[in-house]
Write a protein that binds this ligand. Structure first.
Ligand code: ADP
Ligand code: MG
Length: 595
């Protein structure tokens, strides 16, 4: 019997590989644009005809290729971007698989012009269906121009599978947006069937977003930023009242690469919770820089999905970052818990507020910074103000202002009720805060910050304390040690004992025994606390153990400090265990009750 196995010829292998990398004209656009960026171009032109089915050309002013390199570039697994598998863990370029050009050339007619700075003449290479048709010396400016014609000419099944020109062009525009958004420093133009679709000068992120989505978007953007040891994050969210029914303005970039992440999208959505009408989606442009060693971008041929090592932490950071910015920049959460906790007050109803829109306004005399000017409360570092500013009723602000100021001027600012609640006045009525939950929130955020920033101050104990541990607790301690240290606990194991020689500055030594008991028992309960959520988990336990409890009497200063601290938090609405921290009682409700 004859042998039946044979190696596929290269052009067939390339065609098969092409099926993975090149699904439609937009895939070609993506690959060519990314190659131009990788080649350090400062100017890139994209020319498209027939929705990319007849012609896609990308012209860049980048580093170009040598006569030999341009031949190699179209071989499979030919790349200048990584040399060994180890390099996969520190990728900074867009491409690295060395498959794109080989795939494209397998299923189209390609013509390349390229010239390096050092070369006198350019080279021109023609390839069709993986076969080199010719290479010759030519004249061209520095950089590379690649034209891809008649895509899928030799794969009719694929070609028939393509959608209408309108749909394919939409895909191309999407890819163009993604590259353009993350590279505002590169000048980009896009000609479609001979007419200009985009002309994007080199600018910053904010202006680039405006140049793509229209200048009006600029005033709708709220900046977000968070620098942690895990990742550096910056970007913009779109004010909730301008949320859209489509998801067209949702962009995550990781190390300058566009990614889709339902998980991180969920983080943003949950930060927007209570601020969007049903079926509306938040807009965001979030740029994440993270150590490439902690991510895996090699799990999908088109590389739009990424796996994060510390996915849970990233989730928490993004959520709190967005929530913080929403609070700072007058986007206001729904405060009216009493009416209906599940009621989401639509934001876009501003011009014409329904009569039952909750009106919560700050008692301006409360403002510790006293920078309240007639009807406008400026965002300052204290969220206390910004939390409320967005909900001011615009119809008759001045009159209300005057009346309420008079009514409240001489009243006490805070008092404690039933040794459980802190009550304070706001312009529209009362704010009742659960003291324990408020303090838990304050402590929790403090602890988490110190874990991420590693800047906690410890106080040395005069008499170090020893706690005897079980074997299981000793094993647990090994996992907890680093986080405990980061929080300001000076702890170590000595034989079978836990030796505590220092504690966080805000903790007091009388609480210690109980505290460690809580930590260990709760963690025992939980059996296995995954390391990614461990810091969050410890911060929760500690905030619970260390917080002010019900039945504790607080001085006026302590009450005031607690209120201030609470409204300096990123999330002021719920305690770490997801219970609401305060309720408001406004004039209307009081009147109704007195009816
Ligand atoms: P990859 O980008 O994964 O390396 P490609 O098939 O896209 O694989 O490109 C192969 C190689 O061709 C690149 O590594 C690069 O060296 C070279 N190349 C491709 N496009 C350009 C360009 N526009 N300018 C300069 N070099 C390029
Ligand atoms: Mg590439």
């Amino acid at each position: 019997m004859d042998d039946i196995i044979s190696l596929l010829p290269d052009h067939v292998a390339n065609q098969i590989a092409a099926g993975e990398v090149i699904q439609r004209p937009a895939s070609v656009v993506k690959e060519l644009l990314e190659n131009a960026i990788d080649a350090k171009a400062s100017e890139i032109q994209l020319l498209v005809n027939g929705a990319g089915k007849t012609n896609i050309q990308v012209i860049d002013n980048g580093i170009g290729m040598s006569i030999n390199d341009v031949r190699l570039a179209f071989e499979r697994h030919a790349t200048s971007k990584i040399k060994s598998a180890d390099d996969l863990f520190s990728i900074t370029s867009k491409g690295f698989r060395g498959e794109a050009l080989a795939s494209i050339a397998a299923i189209s007619h390609v013509q390349v012009y390229t010239k390096r700075e050092v070369d006198e003449m350019a080279t021109c290479l023609k390839i069709s269906g993986s076969e080199v048709q010719g290479q010759e010396v030519s004249v061209a400016p520095k950089g590379t121009s690649i034209a891809v014609k008649n895509l899928f000419y030799n794969v009719p099944a694929r070609r028939n599978f393509l959608k209408s020109d309108k749909v394919e062009l939409r895909h191309i525009i999407d890819e163009f947006h993604r590259v353009a958004l993350i590279h505002p420093e590169v000048k980009l133009t896009f000609m479609n069937n001979g007419s200009e679709l985009f002309e994007l000068p080199a600018v910053n992120y904010r202006k680039r977003i405006a140049n793509i989505f229209g200048n009006k978007i600029e005033e709708k953007l709220i900046p977000v930023e968070e620098m942690t040891t895990l990742a550096g994050i910056e970007g913009f969210i779109v004010k909730p009242e301008f949320a859209k029914k489509s998801r067209g303005q949702q962009f995550f970039f990781v190390n300058k690469r566009y990614i889709k992440s339902p998980f991180l999208n969920h983080a943003v959505n949950s930060a927007f919770q209570g601020m969007l009408r049903d079926q509306f989606h938040p807009g965001y442009f979030i740029f994440i820089q993270i150590d490439p060693k902690t991510i895996d971008i090699n799990i999908h041929p088109t590389k739009t999905e990424v796996k994060f090592e510390e996915e849970q932490n990233l989730y928490a950071i993004i959520k709190s970052m967005v929530r913080h910015s929403l609070g700072m920049f007058q986007a206001t959460p729904v405060l009216d818990f009493e009416r209906d906790p599940s009621l989401d007050i639509p934001y876009g109803l501003q011009q014409n507020p329904p009569s039952n829109l909750p009106s919560v306004e700050m008692d301006s005399s409360f403002n510790p910074f006293n920078n309240h000017e007639k009807g406008i409360i400026k965002a300052s570092k204290n969220n206390w103000e910004s939390l409320y500013s967005g909900l001011e009723i615009k119809n008759e602000p001045d009159k209300r202002d005057e009346e309420l100021k008079l009514a409240f001027d001489e009243t006490p600012k805070v008092f404690q009720l039933l040794r459980k609640f802190i009550v304070t006045t706001i312009r529209s009525g009362l704010l009742v805060i659960d003291q324990q939950r408020a303090h838990q929130r304050v402590l929790y955020e403090k602890l988490l910050t110190s874990i991420t920033k590693r800047d906690m101050v410890s106080q040395q104990l005069i008499f170090p304390m020893e706690i005897e541990l079980t074997n299981q607790q000793i094993a647990l301690f090994g996992e907890l040690e680093a986080n405990l240290n980061a929080m300001g606990f000076l702890v170590k194991l000595q034989d079978n004992n836990l030796l505590i020689s220092g504690i966080p500055a805000f903790c007091n030594d009388k609480q210690l025994g109980q505290l460690f008991e809580d930590i260990f028992s709760l963690i025992d309960d939980h059996e296995q606390v995954e390391s990614f959520s461990q810091s969050d988990y410890i911060a929760k336990i500690l905030s619970k153990s260390l917080s002010i409890k019900a039945n504790m009497t607080l001085t006026v200063e302590e009450q005031q400090a607690l209120v201030d601290d609470l409204f300096a938090c990123k999330d002021t609405l719920t305690c770490p265990f997801n219970r609401k921290i305060f309720i408001t009682l406004d004039k209307e409700e009081l009147e109704k009750k007195l009816d």
